[in-house]
Design a protein. Structure first.
Length: 272
């Protein structure tokens, strides 16, 4: 039997990239999936978000594995809409065991030219990457508690949440995600619900491979800041992160909670 057979995972931002990878990996382990994605672009982000066609492709890949899947277009900034989508998913699939708060954007590398653009970029990133994570947890926790089976909540952080990397609102949001994790891990421990943050280094998705990010990294290097991994790899693959997600959902990690888990090829530990 697969490690997650008969369990159900709720994952945000499943249209493509890391979110799709996490959903498919958990489905390979036997889990059914409730997935949402905004399927709409942000003016402050220098790369496109997932489309409804992307979301449908994620569902197709999960169904191909013989697992059940429920998807909806929903925005993690909209607490009411998010809760409605999750409620419908739980009603269809019957339970909830795992939460992966994956939805996120980056606008920090985008060259803002006006105060209004700068404010919008700050609000977009904080609202999605921090407030959206809180909304996701608050929507899901009642179902985990009602199941009385324990569970695992995994928040997707970043090496920017463990070091003073530039990129303003992104770094701020990812540090805030650690605070959410620390508080919830203590609050939910007596109910055997584990809460951890996975912190990837740069991953081979559009968030890391768009022209805006490339320009930002070039500017950082020009002023002597070198964002490089210790191990000889430039970008991790989404599957590298998904394997850790699967472990943190499984009983193999049943006593791991309240932790920061870097999957970063030594980035955080590196001394330049």
């Amino acid at each position: 039997m697969s490690r997650l057979e008969g369990k159900v995972a709720f994952i945000t931002g499943v249209g493509r990239g890391q979110g799709r990878s996490h959903a498919v990996r958990l489905a390979e382990e036997g889990a059914d999936i409730i997935g949402i994605d905004i399927c709409r672009d942000f003016e402050s982000a220098p790369y496109p978000m997932s489309s409804e066609e992307d979301l449908a492709e994620t569902a197709r890949q999960i169904e191909k594995l013989g697992r059940r899947v429920f998807t909806r277009v929903a925005d993690v900034r909209d607490a009411v809409g998010l809760r409605a989508a999750l409620q419908e998913g739980v009603e269809q699939l019957g339970r909830l065991d795992f939460v992966v708060a994956n939805a996120g954007i980056s606008a920090a590398q985008f060259k803002m030219t006006t105060l209004e653009e700068d404010i919008q970029a700050w609000n977009d990133v904080i609202d999605v990457n921090l407030t959206g994570v809180w909304h996701t947890c608050q929507a899901a926790i009642p179902y985990l508690l009602a199941g009385n089976r324990g569970g695992s909540i995994i928040l997707i952080g970043s090496t920017a949440g463990l070091r003073g990397v530039g990129a303003g609102p992104y770094t701020t949001a990812k540090h805030g995600v650690v605070g959410i994790m620390r508080g919830l891990a203590n609050e939910l421990a007596e109910d055997n619900i584990r809460v951890n943050v996975v912190h990837p280094t740069a991953v081979n998705t559009l968030m890391a491979t768009n022209p805006g990010m490339e320009a930002f990294l070039a500017a950082e290097a020009a002023r002597g800041v070198h964002s490089q991994n210790a191990m000889p790899v430039e970008l991790l693959e989404p599957s590298d992160i998904s394997n850790t997600i699967a472990f943190l959902c499984s009983d193999d990690s049943r006593y791991i909670t309240g932790t920061n888990v870097p999957v970063d090829a030594g980035f955080v530990n590196r001394v330049d």
